[in-house]
Design a protein around this ligand. Structure first.
Ligand SMILES: NC(=O)C1=CN([C@@H]2O[C@H](COP(=O)(O)OP(=O)(O)OC[C@H]3O[C@@H](n4cnc5c(N)ncnc54)[C@H](OP(=O)(O)O)[C@@H]3O)[C@@H](O)[C@H]2O)[C@@H](O)CC1
Ligand SMILES: Nc1ncnc2c1ncn2[C@@H]1O[C@H](COP(=O)(O)OP(=O)(O)O)[C@@H](O)[C@H]1O
Ligand SMILES: [K+]
Length: 473
């Protein structure tokens, strides 16, 4: 698991570390890491042209010292200052290494280094910077610490910003690199260790799971298992009007770790026909004991759906509420009042607003997910390009996987089914949500390799993704 810290947290750690080191050490470490990555992006350093965009602060200092390293290796390094003053010692070092200042972007370059703004910045770019970006030569962009213009602590993009191919960030991840629309601007993110780790105090703002975290929570069948000990998922989804949602949720559930899926609802015949391994019932009350529920995709919001939801929430097992179940809950939040078993809510932005008195998630998606998790005392999986999971105890996770092609009807149904299966298998609820989002994101990316994506393809891609990540069943 990696961690992202806010600018204030980074500053505090930086202060404590700097007090023990000769002045300038951290910037030299940052510049060395930056130059290393820049060299990798250039096929040959010698003779290549590198354009540095430089702002007023230390972010520009990092870029200038890195530029000096590249210049000493024979690169033609050009500096385009976008501020009245720039890091003086860095500029002197670059000039001493042969770099030179230019007033406008060159016609061609092999690499553009964005050293305009880092963690000290207000979001957005000034007009002169926007004009320079519009006039840049076609070349890969390497961002220093963060793509300039982003809101460091939230990942919001309130104004123009840089779009990077690679971002080299120092000491730790920052929220803007992993959450919100800014995350898509960072490109490939590489973390350079500058020794900050031991000084980063307190809870990270948001954590980022990796493959090992998901593999660690995945429950494989054991020799002593039977279908019940692996967990039984009850799935209430679909309706006469939306039978497809039931099938998609079932297909997600069957790729999960539970041993048994029981379906309850009006799409029973369709589900049986397509998935003979699923046992079907007309009503939730008839399903017998389950270890978790997934409720909502295509369920409808009429009185039958409401009473089905009510009876499931009375069952003291974990429940994942998705889609129509969220709409019903928004109408009557008291439905959760007596509940002690864990609840997971999986809203997209419009469902979030319904659950939050009409107020959308806003710029800070991590804070938004945390807020709803606290309000409903539930794990919240806030869907999006970088899905965020928050637990009522304040833990928050930003999912690093995914693909824009997941924005296709029914892909959320597949996710809800998978998540329910993880809950039924006994996975801790926040980690069940994290693992479901991670695997679903990988499946979306894998499905996209085969051309245009539909939800059925996402479900089909889940099994190979699970196998690759957690090993054979
Ligand atoms: N933390 C660490 O451990 C390490 C940090 N390091 C590096 O330091 C970086 C942080 O440096 P920093 O504090 O000098 O801030 P940075 O973002 O370069 O400049 C801020 C200045 O820009 C200005 N400005 C603000 N907003 C603006 C806007 N929208 N448009 C235009 N101008 C704007 C504003 O100045 P003003 O306009 O107020 O005069 C403000 O003072 C960090 O990201 C990393 O790269 C490494 O060296 C190693 C260790
Ligand atoms: N632009 C995007 N990039 C990546 N993933 C996305 C994007 N838009 C939506 N998704 C993902 O696709 C899924 C859509 O779910 P949902 O909105 O519930 O759709 P449906 O109700 O049609 O099943 C979510 O997992 C969400 O995170
Ligand atoms: K930058």
């Amino acid at each position: 698991m990696r961690s992202a810290f806010t600018a204030v947290q980074v500053r505090a750690a930086e202060g404590a570390l700097m007090a023990r080191l000769p002045e300038g050490t951290l910037m030299q470490r940052a510049a060395a890491g930056l130059a290393r990555r820049a060299a990798l992006m250039l096929s040959t350093v010698y003779g290549s042209t590198v354009l540095l965009l430089i702002g007023t602060g230390d972010n520009g200092g990092d870029a200038l010292y890195a530029g000096a390293i590249l210049a000493r290796r024979g690169a033609r390094v050009l500096v385009l200052p976008l501020a009245d003053r720039v890091h003086a010692a860095g500029l002197a070092a670059l000039k001493a290494a042969g770099g030179r200042v230019v007033a406008a972007p060159p016609v061609s370059a092999d690499l553009v280094v964005d050293g305009m703004l880092g963690i000290g910045a207000r979001p957005g770019l000034r007009d002169d910077a926007v004009a320079v970006l519009a006039a840049l030569p076609a070349a890969p962009v390497l961002a220093v610490d963060l793509p300039s213009g982003v809101d460091v602590d939230t990942g919001a993009l309130p104004g123009p910003s840089v779009s990077a191919d690679v971002t080299v960030t120092f000491g730790c991840l920052k929220p803007a690199l992993v959450a919100g629309p800014a995350a898509a601007r960072a490109g490939l993110v590489e973390l350079v260790d500058i020794g900050l780790g031991p000084y980063l105090d307190g809870e990270p703002y948001v954590r980022v799971p990796d493959a090992a975290d998901i593999a660690a929570v995945w429950r494989h069948p054991r020799p002593e298992d039977d279908k019940y000990t692996r967990g039984v998922l009850g799935l209430a989804a679909g309706s006469i009007r939306y039978p497809g949602a039931a099938q998609l949720a079932v297909s997600g559930a069957l790729a999960g770790p539970a041993g048994y899926v029981r379906y309850a609802g009006p799409a029973a015949a369709d589900v049986r026909g397509r998935f003979p391994e699923v046992v079907t019932y007309d009503r939730a009350a008839d399903t017998g004991r389950v270890q978790a529920w997934t409720i909502g995709p295509g369920l409808g919001t009429d009185s039958t759906a409401t009473s089905e939801l009510r009876s499931m929430l009375d069952d003291p097992v974990p429940a994942c509420l998705d889609a129509d179940a969220l709409t019903i809950l928004a109408r009557d939040p008291a439905l959760l009042a007596a509940r002690e078993a864990p609840t997971v809510l999986t809203p997209h932005d419009r469902e979030y607003a319904r659950l939050n008195d009409g107020e959308a998630p806003g710029a800070d998606r991590v804070a938004a997910a945390r807020h709803l998790a606290e309000r409903y005392d539930a794990v919240v999986l806030l869907k999006g390009h970088r899905t965020v999971v928050a637990a009522p105890d304040g833990r928050a996770y930003a999912n690093p996987t995914g693909h824009a092609a997941l924005s296709t009807a029914g892909s959320g149904d597949v996710l809800a089914g998978l998540l329910g299966s993880l809950l039924a298998a006994g996975t801790e609820p926040a980690m069940a949500a994290v693992a479901a989002a991670y695997l679903h994101g990988l499946a979306g990316a894998r499905a996209a390799e085969g051309g245009p994506v539909s939800a059925t393809r996402v479900a089909a891609a889940l099994r190979p993704v699970v196998r690759d990540l957690t090993g054979p069943a």
